[in-house]
Design a protein around this ligand. Structure first.
Ligand SMILES: Cc1cc2nc3c(=O)[nH]c(=O)nc-3n(C[C@H](O)[C@H](O)[C@H](O)COP(=O)(O)O)c2cc1C
Length: 358
C-alpha cells in the first residue's frame, strides 16, 4: 500500500525513502534504480568533474527512469572550491525539481535553487543548523544523526534525541530521518518520532545496482556496527569511515602527532585512493565512508526488493503496534489468543510481568 506522508506527497514518490548523495556511488545506475523502485534516487553532483558532466549524467538518469529523482550538492571546505553556482544552474536548466543540499554556508545556493522553485531537502547534524536552514526557506530537513556515514558534525547527538528535538523545535517544517536506517522497522520508528520519511546511504551502497565493486558490498555485509572509525576530529571535520587499515593508521597519527599538522594525515585520508577502493575492490586501499548501520545489513538485494521489503516491514510494524494497547477495561489478548498470560511460553509464567528481574 503506498504511503501518504508530507514527503511522498511533495515529491510524488510511493515509499518515503530517500537515497542520500554519495560521492563516487551516486551515479545514474543507482539513482534511477531507487526511483524506479518507488523511492527518491539522488545523483551526486560533485561525482561529476564539471557542471557539463553533471548535465550529461542528469540526461542519462532521465533515460533510465520516468520517476522523479534529485541531485545532491555538497558544500565542503576546499582550497579551490568547485563552482557551486554553475552546478546549481545546470540542475535548474535540466529541470530537476528536487535537490539535497549539505555542508557549509549553503545560503547562496539555496537562494539560487529556491528562485527556480526547487524543492530543497537540507541535510544537517544539529538543530541549530536546521533552524538556520528553515530561515533560508528549505522545504525539508534531513536530520543526520551521529550514527550516520560521512560527516557526522562535532556534537555527537544520535537520532533518538535529534529527531524529537526536530519535532519539537522546527516550527512544523517537515523533516526526514537520516543515519542508521536499513529496514522498515526503522522507517516505522522514524515516522513515530515525527519524521515524514528516511534517508539511507550505506544500505543503498549494498544493493545490486550500486556501481561499486562486489568486494566492498561484501565487506559491508561482513562488518558490524562497531566497524567504523571517526577521523579528522582534531580538525573539526569529523567523518565516520569504514574501519580499515588506512583509517586506523590515520586515527593513530591524528591522536599521537605532537604537531597537529593536517599534512601528516592528508595522505591517509586522500579521496583519490578512496575512490579507487570502489573500483578495485581492495577494502584497505584507501579510506571510504560507511555508517554504523552496517551491523543491520546482511544481504545485497536489488533496490526494488529492498524497498518492497521496507514497505512490508514498516506497514506490518505500524499495524501490529496497534495491538499493544487495549480498550480500558478489556482483558489483554496475547499473540496465541490466550488471555492474560502466554501459555505457549512457560518462562513467561515464571518470569512474567510483576515478578522480580533476578
Ligand atoms: C560512500 C558514501 C558517500 C557519501 N557521500 C556524501 C556526499 O558526497 N554528500 C553528502 O551530503 N552525503 C554523503 N554521504 C552521506 C549520505 O548521504 C547519508 O547522509 C548517510 O549515509 C546516512 O547514513 P547511513 O549511511 O547510516 O544511512 C555519503 C555516504 C556514503 C556511505
Amino acid at each position: 500500500m503506498p504511503f501518504n506522508t508530507q514527503l511522498t506527497r511533495a515529491l510524488g514518490i510511493r515509499v518515503p525513502v530517500v537515497q542520500g548523495g554519495m560521492q563516487w556511488v551516486g551515479y545514474a545506475e543507482l539513482a534511477s534504480a531507487v526511483s524506479n523502485a518507488g523511492g527518491l534516487g539522488i545523483l551526486t553532483a560533485l561525482t561529476q568533474p564539471t557542471p557539463e558532466d553533471l548535465r550529461k549524467e542528469i540526461r542519462r538518469c532521465r533515460q533510465m527512469t520516468k520517476n522523479p529523482f534529485g541531485v545532491n550538492l555538497t558544500l565542503l571546505p576546499a582550497l579551490v572550491p568547485p563552482d557551486y553556482a554553475a552546478y546549481a544552474q545546470v540542475i535548474i536548466d535540466e529541470g530537476v525539481k528536487i535537490v539535497e543540499t549539505a555542508g557549509n554556508s549553503p545560503g547562496p545556493v539555496i537562494k539560487q535553487l529556491k528562485a527556480a522553485n526547487t524543492i530543497i531537502l537540507h541535510k544537517c547534524t544539529t538543530i541549530r543548523h536546521a533552524q538556520s536552514a528553515v530561515k533560508m526557506g528549505v522545504d525539508f530537513l534531513s536530520i543526520d544523526g551521529f550514527e550516520c556515514a560521512g560527516h557526522v558534525g562535532e556534537t555527537d547527538i544520535t537520532n533518538f534525541i535529534l529527531l524529537s528535538r526536530a519535532r519539537q523545535s522546527l516550527g512544523g517544517v517537515p523533516f526526514i530521518a537520516s543515519g542508521g536506517f536499513a529496514d522498515g522497522q526503522g522507517l516505522a520508528a522514524a515516522l513515530a518520532l515525527g519524521a515524514c520519511g528516511i534517508n539511507m546511504g550505506t544500505r543503498f551502497m549494498c544493493t545490486v545496482e550500486a556501481p561499486i565493486h562486489q568486494n566492498i558490498k561484501q565487506a559491508i555485509v561482513d562488518a558490524d556496527e562497531t566497524d567504523t572509525e571517526l577521523v579528522l576530529r582534531r580538525w573539526r571535520n569529523t567523518s565516520r569511515l569504514f574501519a580499515n587499515k588506512v583509517a586506523k593508521a590515520a586515527v593513530k597519527v591524528e591522536k599521537e602527532s605532537p604537531t597537529g599538522k593536517f599534512e601528516e594525515v592528508a595522505e591517509y585520508v586522500s579521496g583519490k585512493r578512496g575512490r579507487q577502493v570502489f573500483l578495485n575492490g581492495d577494502k584497505d586501499f584507501g579510506v571510504w565512508t560507511a555508517g554504523q548501520v552496517m551491523g543491520l545489513i546482511h544481504d545485497i538485494p536489488t533496490c526494488d526488493a529492498l524497498l518492497k521489503r521496507i514497505e512490508v516491514e514498516a506497514t506490518e510494524t505500524l499495524r501490529s503496534n496497534q495491538n499493544l494497547f487495549v480498550q480500558e477495561g478489556d482483558q489483554p489478548v496475547g499473540p496465541s489468543g490466550t488471555v492474560g498470560k502466554n501459555t505457549n511460553n512457560p518462562g513467561a509464567e515464571i518470569w512474567g510481568v510483576g515478578k522480580s528481574k533476578l
